[in-house]
Design a protein. Sequence first.
Lengths: 342, 633
Amino acid sequence: MSATETTGNGGEVVLTKADFQSDQETRWCPGCGDYAILSAVQQFMPEIGIPPERIVFITGIGCAGRFAYYMDTYGMHSIHGRAPAIATGLATARDDLSIWVVTGDGDSLSIGGNHLIHALRRNIPVNILLFNNQIYGLTKGQASPTSEVGKITKSTPFGVADHPFNPLALAIGAEATFVARTLDRDRRHMTEVLRAAALHQGTSLVEIYQNCPVFNDGAFFGLTEKETKDAHQIRLVAGEPIRFGIDGARGVAMRSDGALEIVSVAERGEEALLVHDPTRNDPGLAFALAKLSSDPTGPTPIGVFRDVQRPVYGRTATTPDAASDHQLAALLHSSDTWTVGG
Amino acid sequence: MAKAVEEREQVIVRFAGDSGDGMQLVGSRFTDATAVIGNDLATMPNFPAEIRAPAGTLAGVSAFQIHFASRDILTPGDAPNVLVAMNPAALKANRDELPRGATIIVNEDAFSRRNLEKAGYTANPLEDGSLSEYRVHRIPMTTLTTRAVERIAEASTRDAGRAKNLFALGVLSWLYGRPVDVTRDWLQAKFGQRPAALAANLAAFNAGWAFGETTELLEVQYRVNPATDVPPGTYRNVNGTQSLAMGLIAASVKSGLPLVLASYPITPASEILHELSKHTALGISTVQAEDEIAAAGMALGAAFGGRLGVTATSGPGMDLKAETIGLAVMLELPMIIVDVQRAGPSTGMPTKTEQSDLLAALHGRHGESPLPVIAPGTPGGCFRAAFDAVSIAVRYRTPVILLSDGFLATSSEPWLIPDVASLPAIDPAFATDVDPEEPFLPYSRDAKLARPWAIPGTPGLAHRIGGIEKADGTGNISYDGHNHERMTELRAAKIAGIAHELPALAVDADPDATLLVIGWGSSEGAIRAGVRMARLDGLRVARAHLEHLNPWPSNLGDVLRSFDRVLVPEMNTGQLAQLLRARFLVDVESFTKVKGQPLFAAEIQQQIAERVGAAGTSSGALLAGVDLAGADR
């Protein structure tokens, strides 16, 4: 499912953002990060060169689940956590579609955790956009599996006790073939990541840090706001040393014990920095990068962590048309038979 | 000297041994040879849930029963008149079911002190006179098999030890004149790549046959002639799993919808996954899902993509799939859910049969979520039931639950192979037309109240569906109470309307019958056989059988009300009875059984006799169990 495979409109009609906007009124809270993501996705979609009728958005339950209603493509707003399973069925049935799953942190990592990891291990040809706001929004503010320890929420008046999931580390642990992270407030970066995800063969998982202005406002401001973002965003660029901070003063290096650490470039020199290679087959470094930050309030990598090739689910087994009467008759007689005269 | 040959009209043989003794294999080989002769037959395996229960114990006994006859029969038989017991545990586990005068053939070598102890015998039943009511044939099968296999240079003692089941098959094949080439060809195909195992098994089988021919222990050979009172045509033997799978494939062919089966392994439904996964060349994709919920979701996802989406499971899986089935009701997409029922609740008895998911199939989802429920009556009937389930699902855009059970899935019988050309086409009637003046209405309805099925890839018809209540027509999100009530009614009316195309419930009634016996699903054979036996006793009775549990045939209420008494036999605690009482206010009487076994014909006969018999005399005679083995005569 990628732009390189497309034929679609044959260049006759140039699609625009408007071709992907449904007539439904968007009903997220004012200021919700979902608006920015929706707008960026609608803006990006014409680029993949696939006509809207061959694009399908499958969503689960939660604020992110409403996404399907707002895209003027085929869509299914399904069941809490089950979108990856439903998308797997659709991808098994049809290899001519571009299939996108939109999910949230509760939807994909709590109730639907099993489907997410199995979609990733199978490498189904589906793009998964995981809107992570570290809170349950639609149910009005309970802790999610990505909420930080100690967080006070409606369901945790004395603070969250459960250790949170790191979605990218989980995905890399499941040997996902494409893993990336981007930000709701950086359209340009998000578009670059979506482009790479769409080009990927197999499952792509894109975590999008998404602000919930009502129940978890500012959770990612350290990465998205003008005052702090230059100091905290670690932008991963394939083939480049991993360097960030004001004037690129800091970088990521590997310690002698194999762990990653943030270092001063002035002290260690640029040659000490790790050069980012998302195509490295061994997931160890990508995992270490995902674990570099446990909390988006400090220096945090964004971009494509991992982009490798592995056989795509369903692409090796053929799914031909339904069989013929002749084949059916042969099947029905494919055993010892006997005839009773009449 | 040629031995005397006696004719028998019908025989019930049960092969019983340790679960490692290969009894299921012997049973199925004997069945194939019997099918080729053209006897009518019905089979029923019975095995423990454990793959290898402790050897030699009662818990480890595995059995296979076959009923074969020179005329039409309806069930695998209540109790055997020939028991093959490969060890003391097999004898002990099955003895109580044997009628007086039955034949017992034992592997005498297995009756060691240690094996007797494991089976809980304090004395050897072959020696202590406790089997005096039976005709017992003691054959040293292990010794004779070893002797036969020893002559083969490459064969090991292990090969010899494993081949004694083929010796037993050889003896029984001789005793009932089964064709040997069917078994030999099968062995050739199975063990062709392993010459030593092939030679050992062939030697054991031949030795068994030769033993029968020469030994003075067995003085008579029996002949069961081909059944001639069955409809003409070409037959094969099928169990309910094979026939159900072929019915799904046939519906895929006749609808032009490639089949996608997603399943999670569960006894006794896994066989459907195994069966369908062989047929990728027929446009079938199978997915072994990560769990039951995912399996249902994948089937629904495939249906959204315009394929025939199917998921198969058993009771515990049904619980997990409920939410997805509810979504399919809301989305109004075709989908098939096969529930191979087993004894519950919870894990229950996974390898034992029951009909206890009827209420769950009808009502086991939150909200008002009606859907069609179809339950085949016989192993062969699973083909047509599966085909009809797909036809209804596709044309009415609805999930359909197909209720099989452990008995149907594993029981086999001859099946008249249908003419493929005679099967009706199923038109998926995908929506493709775009009206440039009007927006596409995904929840508009045709005369049957079915909505358009516009699949991804169709230009101009892109639309969104979901679990939130739909506005009538547009399918847009709606929280309007009036609209919700209307949509609830529309969904119910669509399913209820299927009754218009169902055949009227047929009643097989004697003149002046006052008692109606009505059942559903897999008990059809036992109920028919029980009614047949009651009629031979001179009793007048009527019989009907439900395959469609929702909606019901339109004349069901009239049928129930036209008899003084209605008897409802079921393998649960009275689920259909409860439904009939609630819906029709008819005071039906339940006869129920939840012993992990199918209903027996003699039980039905007795229930009928108690209600319409002459002052209980016939039931008294039946209770003595004199004619148990002659069940289904």
